[in-house]
Design a protein around this ligand. Structure first.
Ligand code: ZN
Length: 131
């Protein structure tokens, strides 16, 4: 796993990759190369702190003062559309979902009838765990 700061920043990529991509594509540079670099590095377990730092700085330069942290949905549940998933209403309150590869610091609380969130880096559903 990356250092804690990189893992925090990566959590934003994991949860909000499409939002970040949209931001980059609508920027003056008009490309998402740096985001692709981050994804490639993360997927290949390469050196990731460097590309993540650059992405963070680019977002700040575009006017997102919090950089990648503006995109983190840690702890929040977003509506990802409705489809029948195995919903277990008896799930204990202390259950939490974590990044499947333990690559980033993302976490997600199961709330209501929404499908389990997926990691944008690996495409896998988040991994159930207990606090
Ligand atoms: Zn992840």
């Amino acid at each position: 796993m990356a250092d804690p700061e990189t893992a925090q920043r990566l959590a934003a990529v994991c949860s909000s990759v499409e939002k970040i991509r949209g931001r980059l594509l609508n920027s003056p540079a008009g490309n998402d190369d740096i985001l692709e670099e981050v994804l490639i590095a993360a997927r290949s377990d390469g050196e990731i702190a460097g590309p993540v730092d650059v992405l963070h700085a680019v977002l700040q330069a575009l006017g997102d003062a919090q950089g990648l942290y503006s995109y983190s949905d840690n702890g929040r549940t977003v509506d990802r559309g409705v489809h029948p998933a195995g919903i277990d209403r008896e799930r204990p309150a202390e259950a939490v979902y974590l990044c499947p590869a333990a690559r980033c610091a993302r976490f997600w609380w199961p709330q209501g009838p929404v499908p389990v969130a997926r990691c944008a880096i690996s495409g896998e559903a988040l991994r159930w765990d207990r606090l």
